[in-house]
Structure formats: structure tokens, C-alpha cells
Design a protein around this ligand. Structure first.
Ligand code: SAM
Ligand code: SF4
Length: 339
């Protein structure tokens, strides 16, 4: 789809010549699950006053669209637990075809039975659903909640509503590694693409992530022994690189921040639920968009803040899985930055 409105303000181009066209916007740091690699059981959530109002989030999103952002992914925490978030989805949906080309979200799926029809009606066409296992006991251990059936029902509801579903699966040594082929077979049988993700060292959790780190090159080799994998040119605007699997007839993506750096083609920035723009998921460079949106002249302040963000966006991330006992590379949880 082509843009209908001319870009009235300069496009967002960083210091390395990369054009920023993709915004990941977190609506909340809260969540109804407690995935063990993502957050501790007793996660301290932010005071509500620190979180952007939905009106502020909307204003921020429009500022990005005016600067040439064509794709927005809503995330969290769990975006669907934010009260009235569907109003924001509807408001942004009205910009589809007029600046915005794609509006999507990443969800754990627990609330999809309730919201899938509204999302589809607002113009959302695809959702990413995070699912790391099809085994009820493993799901409960991993997320600390017994909600597998609810998530599977949510995925079915999304499909019934006409949403395209992509599954995101974090590959975890000793947790779901033996289940990965079966999950791929199931997902492809249901018509869903799957993307495997390496666990990243973001924020303190209760256990040691090093225990569960599973490099995807090893997973890929094992899958290659089992099936015929051919590289696919398919792209979704994110860092995933895809292969087609002849035997299952489906597509499999790999997100490999640790074994294969994907920063060169980076086209995105992230905004947290408190309006902090992080120029890189793995870096500390940040700009306070909440201060800008709450200032006396928000339009000007936001334009300046976005220029600053482009100036500070780093060339690449520098995180790596640390040895046992070492602090995580970044003290921010993925649920805070927005996955
Ligand atoms: N709650 C929603 C969900 O789970 O899809 C959206 C937010 S969640 C933080 C987004 C994605 O980040 C999920 O696919 C989750 O598995 C992934 N994630 C969280 N912590 C991670 C980590 N430390 N390393 C790799 N992926 C992580
Ligand atoms: Fe919640 Fe998503 Fe983090 Fe799991 S990965 S705890 S569902 S925010």
C-alpha cells in the first residue's frame, strides 16, 4: 500500500543512514503471566502515574507517523491487559492507508478470545502470539500460570476473526528444546508461521538465563537433519530471517541477536510505557518523549526529541549472554522496553 499523505516533516534517518519506519510502542509494563526468562514472580510494576495515558501514546504515535513511520507494533508487558487499549487501536487504525501501512501487536494470547474481533475490525491484520510450549505442565512452570488452554483458545479466536497469527517461541535449553520440531509441525498444520528467538540477557529474573540459553544455530542444524530447509526472501519488517520447510509446508523464522547480529538493517525504535524512546533494544541510549508530550509545545518538543533520537541511535547492540553469576547485560526487563 502506498502512502497517501506526503510526509510533511523530514523522515527519520539515523547517523548510519538507516531509515526508521517501524515503531514498537509499549502500552503497559504489566502482565497476567510471569514468564520466567522475562520477569521475576514478584515483579515490581511501575506506578500508574508514570505510564503514558492512551491519549499521550496516541499523540506520540501520530508524531512518528508524520515522520514517515509506516508500521506500528503495540506491545508490553501484555498490551491487551491495558484498559481501553482498544480505543487506541481504533484511533490508530483510522490512519491505515493514510501514512500508516501496518498496525499490529504482540500478545501472550490470553485475552484474544475477547479482543480478536475488535482488533480485526480496527484494521489489525496480523498478530504475533508468544507460545513457548504445547505442554500444559511446561507452560505452567514457564509462565507460572496454568493458562495454556486459554492461550490456545485465543489463537483459535484470532483465526476465526480473520487475523493472521505468527507464533514467537523462545528456544530454551532443557525446557522446550525437545518440543521445538513438534511445535513447528503443529503450527504449520494450523497455518501459522513460527519464529524462534534466542533468550536475551535483559533484566534480573529469578533463575540464571545462562542455564537455558540455546543458540539457534544448533537448533537449526538439528532441524536441517530432520527436514529440508530453504532460505526464504520473506520479510516482515523485523529482524526475523525465514526458511521454508518442505515437509511441513510452512515458514520458520530465526531471531538471532546473539549468534548472528542483525543490527545493520535496523529500521526501528522502541518506546516504553513511560514514553522513554530506546534507540536500541540492547543499548542505553534514550530520549524522554513523555517530557516532550507533556511540555507546553508538544509538537515542537516531540520533533526535537525525535531528531535527538536519530542522532544517538547506536550502530549495533553489544549484549551477550554472561557467565553464571554475572549481572544481565541490561538491567531493564523486556516487559519494560517492550518486546
Ligand atoms: N506479553 C506479550 C508477549 O509475551 O507476547 C508482549 C511482550 S513480550 C516482552 C514480547 C516477546 O519478548 C515475547 O515473545 C517474549 O517471549 C519475548 N521475551 C521476553 N523476555 C525475553 C528475553 N529475555 N529474551 C528473549 N525474548 C524475550
Ligand atoms: Fe508477560 Fe510477555 Fe513477559 Fe511473558 S514474555 S511475562 S507474557 S510480558
Amino acid at each position: 500500500m502506498h502512502r497517501m499523505d506526503p510526509v510533511s516533516q523530514p523522515a527519520l534517518i539515523d547517523g548510519f543512514g538507516r531509515r526508521i519506519s517501524y515503531l514498537r510502542l509499549s502500552l503497559t509494563d504489566r502482565c497476567d503471566l510471569r514468564c520466567s526468562y522475562c520477569m521475576p514472580e514478584r515483579m515490581q510494576f511501575l506506578p500508574r502515574a508514570e505510564v503514558l495515558s492512551l491519549e499521550e501514546a496516541h499523540r506520540l504515535a501520530l508524531a512518528f507517523i508524520d515522520r514517515g513511520v509506516t508500521k506500528i507494533r503495540l506491545t508490553g508487558g501484555e498490551p491487551l491487559v491495558r484498559r481501553d487499549m482498544i480505543e487506541l487501536v481504533r484511533a490508530l487504525g483510522r490512519r491505515l492507508g493514510s501514512g500508516l501501512e501496518e498496525l499490529t501487536l504482540t500478545t501472550n494470547g490470553t485475552q484474544l478470545r475477547q479482543f480478536a474481533p475488535d482488533l480485526a475490525e480496527a484494521g489489525v491484520e496480523r498478530v504475533n502470539v508468544s507460545l513457548d510450549t504445547l505442554d500444559r505442565a511446561t507452560f505452567e512452570r514457564l509462565t507460572r500460570r496454568d493458562r495454556l488452554e486459554t492461550v490456545l483458545d485465543g489463537i483459535a479466536a484470532a483465526r476465526e476473526a480473520g487475523l493472521k497469527v505468527k507464533l514467537n517461541t523462545v528456544a530454551l535449553k532443557g525446557v522446550n528444546e525437545h518440543e521445538i520440531p513438534a511445535m513447528i509441525e503443529w503450527a504449520h498444520g494450523e497455518g501459522h508461521d513460527v519464529t524462534l528467538i534466542e533468550v536475551m540477557p535483559l533484566g534480573e529474573v529469578d533463575g540464571e538465563r545462562i542455564d537455558h540459553y540455546l543458540p539457534l544455530d544448533a537448533v537449526r542444524s538439528e532441524l536441517e537433519n530432520r527436514w529440508t530447509l530453504t532460505p526464504s526472501g520473506h520479510r516482515t519488517g523485523g529482524p526475523s530471517r525465514y526458511v521454508n520447510i518442505a515437509e511441513t509446508g510452512g515458514r520458520l523464522g530465526f531471531i538471532t541477536p546473539l549468534t548472528g547480529n542483525f543490527c545493520e538493517g535496523c529500521n526501528r525504535v522502541r518506546v516504553t510505557a513511560t514514553g522513554q524512546l530506546y534507540a536500541c533494544l540492547g543499548g542505553r541510549e534514550q530520549v524522554d518523549l513523555r517530557a516532550a508530550v507533556r511540555s507546553d509545545d508538544p509538537d515542537r518538543a516531540l520533533a526535537e526529541a525525535l531528531d535527538t533520537a536519530m542522532a544517538i541511535k547506536p550502530e549495533r547492540h553489544h549484549f551477550a549472554i554472561r557467565e553464571a553469576g554475572e549481572a544481565p547485560a541490561l538491567d531493564r526487563h523486556m516487559s519494560v522496553t517492550g518486546g
